[in-house]
Design a protein around this ligand. Sequence first.
Ligand SMILES: [Zn+2]
Length: 380
Amino acid sequence: MKLVVQVRPLPAPEQAAALEATLRAVNAAATWVSALAHHRRVFRNYDLRRHVYGQIKDDYGLAAQAAQHVVKKVADAYATLHANVGNGNVGRPGSARRERVLAKPILFRPGAAHPFDDRCLSWQMDARTVSIWTIAGRMKSVAFTASADQLKTLAAYRKGESDLLYRDGMWFLIATCDIGDRPVATPNGFLGVDLGIANIATTSGGGRHSGKGLNAVRHRHRELRRRLQAKQTKSAKRLLKKRRRKEARFAADTNHTIAKRIVTEATRTGQGIALEDLQGIRDRVRLRKPQRVTLHSWSFHQLGQLVAYKAARAGVALVHVDPAYTSQACSSCGHIDKKNRPDQATFSCTSCGFAEHADVNAARDIASRGVTSWAVSHAA
Ligand SMILES: [Zn+2]
């Protein structure tokens, strides 16, 4: 299993200048190669390299290795674009959007991510520095910060290329690690996870990951965004973009924390994890308008992926189950009735009298569906 570790380089001023000049050069070269590829309809790495290799080395001051990476980056970008077009992700044939995408060559921002292989970038784990090729020569001892966990993963599993990028005034270095496959342990029951608004995630064990503080923050962001959107100035647009990234990072951090807690709870209890199939979450949850915005902007899909990913790392079994009627079905006797749910937070079975927080009851439903689903798929 592959995972990425993102660390923050902290270059000294003269190092930062060299890194900036380097990213600027490789991305300018990539944009030039991209224009040529688009114009001549040459998109394959090998063919493209024959056309441009010599010239980008000379014109942009790139070493051989860096020039190859530029060409490969462009070829990869077009391969992704063409795959997206083929899959219909940019509109139907003949649609305005698709025509627009295909009419122009791909552009690369001056700070866009650029891959460095082991010959261009080496890691000194003990010193927490990297040594990196730049157009101003090899830059040694560029410091970086990372958590203890990240350092351990990097030291043990880092493999292949790392991406350097500059965004919102910050440097990022993204390393790929291959941690291999861990066998999945036979689960001793399942931990059900219910996803929602008031509580982003609730487990059948009673663990509740509240969205209260988060939703407040998101509302604040939304207000700010609205004010910025009203202004049509360039600086407002730039601020808006920055805001959006900041929000995305905030959501990702929160999702990471929640996913980690869920997987930890499952590991501690020896259970597998039953997650609701996310397909239906927007249809299933009917809401008043302010909440609807919160739901639509929350990345449940990302949370689901993070849980899956952390579960796989920990060797925890994971199943996806159909969440239909989990808000109305009694997790004790199975009785389904709208009246079982007198209000948003309360579940109280009209048949057997079982009472529980509504989200916990739903999580228990999901847990028992997980048990069934696992039994069926492992019957052979
Ligand atoms: Zn009941």
